[in-house]
Structures are given as C-alpha cells and as structure tokens.
Unconditional design. Structure first.
Length: 165
C-alpha cells in the first residue's frame, strides 16, 4: 500500500481587472448569458461562455425544471452547443459566473461533478486542455489550465476500450 497525494494548480486573481483582456471578455459573455438563465426554483443564475479555437464564442446558462433532475447546468448547455454546432472545432476556454436573487455571490463558482466530467470528455475528445475561468459577481477569480485540476481521476473513452489478449 502507498499513499497517493494529488495536487492541483490554480491561479487566483484578486479581481477580474487583473485578467488578460480575452478572459475579461469571456466573463462578460458569461454574465450576459447568466442574465438569461431560467432558474425559477433555485434563483441561482449561472452563465457560461465558451471560446472556440476559431474565435467563436458560445453561451450557455442553467435551465431548471420542476422535475429537478432533468434541468441542465450552464456549462453543459454551452459545451453541448459547441459539440452540436461546431463538432470539429476545439474548445479553448470556458468562463463561468453566477448570481442569486437571495444573496451576493462573492466567490468563484466552480463546475459541479457532472459538468467536470463533461468538460473532461471534450478535453479528451480533442486532446486539448480547456482553460477554466471562474468568478462570482465580485471577488476573486480562479483560473485553471485544465479540468484535471478538479477531476484528476477521470473516466474517459480509454476506459471503454476492450482489452485484447
């Protein structure tokens, strides 16, 4: 037996003004999308924006449903839109932000487990890391160069391959 330690590497910025212009622009797109979220139950509005390698930006926001399990997170709405509309274009970056009708979101919003797995799928699919830019309404911004920083032991297509004798 041996103990395995896992470390992740994130860059923390004090605020959005410290970010490169491309990242700030992507956050603004995520905020615009956040304002269109359908969140009548949680009142927690999440916006995501994806920058594709070809320069196109796609948006997503959370879509809730009275039957809670069938709602969808902003990150997956945006990622699946990219896969559906630009299936051969790699995803370069993903910005995520949120606000609430009930409290001020003053810390970075990170993807849920299902979204982490979806992001991992697209990194594996295109063999390219996806830069994650995460923020709230105010406060610090977290940037990760890859979803591996949040999901180190990933399940992906390689795990589905049949072993040969």
């Amino acid at each position: 037996m041996r103990k395995v330690e896992i470390h992740c590497s994130l860059t923390e910025y004090d605020n959005q003004d410290e970010l490169p212009e491309e990242d700030r622009n992507l956050i603004q797109e995520a905020k615009a999308s956040m304002n269109k979220a359908y969140a009548p139950y949680s009142h927690f509005h999440v916006g995501a924006a994806i920058l594709l390698d070809n320069g196109i930006i796609l948006r997503g926001n959370n879509q809730e449903n009275a039957s809670y399990p069938i709602g969808l997170c902003a990150e997956r709405v945006a990622i699946f839109a990219a896969g559906a509309n630009y299936p051969n274009v790699k995803i370069k970056a993903l910005a995520i932000t949120a606000n609430s009708d009930h409290f001020h979101v003053n810390k970075p919003i990170t993807p849920c487990g299902a979204c982490r797995q979806a992001i991992a799928e697209y990194e594996h699919r295109y063999q390219q890391d996806i830069r994650l830019i995460m923020t709230g309404e105010s406060g610090k911004v977290l940037v990760a160069d890859t979803i591996s920083n949040f999901l180190p032991y990933q399940f992906n297509a390689d795990d589905l391959k049949v072993k040969t004798k």
